[in-house]
Design a binder for this molecule. Structure first.
Ligand code: CMP
Length: 143
């Protein structure tokens, strides 16, 4: 089954959006198979955002993403990367369509509530960075 890594960022946790965001994906028919709160250590931030470490916004991104707990998740479902990217909306909330998570809940690119893997390869890499295999459960979802 296809998998993706989703992470509700500190602004989403602090604003009490965890339940609302999980509900959207559950109602769509996707299945959460792992979830945990964690304040990301610096080494994991560097690994997760390796492609951004030289960008001018990286210092701000690192300070923000380590400012409090994130809610880290693994989800399963057919074509899940594409489906969750559509449900999350554009990286810049100003460009995210109404009805998407960022379109409905975010205003700034630097505080955009949630991260979602952008390809199957990235999903496998990001799941491996944040979860041990034994943390990922397995059950049948009845729709
Ligand atoms: P995310 O989907 O987690 O992937 C990379 C993150 O970098 C992105 O969401 C934003 O939070 C952040 N980001 C990307 N571009 C900018 C920018 N121009 N200014 C600040 N943050 C950015």
């Amino acid at each position: 089954m296809d998998r993706t890594f989703l992470m509700i960022k500190p602004d989403g946790v602090q604003r009490g959006l965890v339940g609302e965001i999980i509900a959207r994906f559950e109602q769509k028919g996707l299945k959460m198979v792992a979830g945990k709160f964690e304040t990301l250590p610096e080494d994991r931030v560097m690994e997760h955002y390796a492609e951004h470490t030289e960008k001018p916004f990286f210092a701000g991104l690192k300070a923000y993403i380590t400012s409090g707990p994130c809610f880290l998740m693994v989800w399963e479902g057919k074509d899940i990367v594409s489906i969750t990217r559509q449900m999350i909306g554009a990286t810049n909330p100003a460009e995210a369509a109404p009805g998407t998570i960022r379109g409905d809940y975010a205003m700034e690119i630097g505080m955009n509530v949630i991260h979602g893997s952008d390809s199957d390869e990235t999903a496998a890499r990001e799941i491996g960075i944040h979860f041990a295999p034994e943390e990922i459960t397995s059950y049948t979802r009845i729709d």
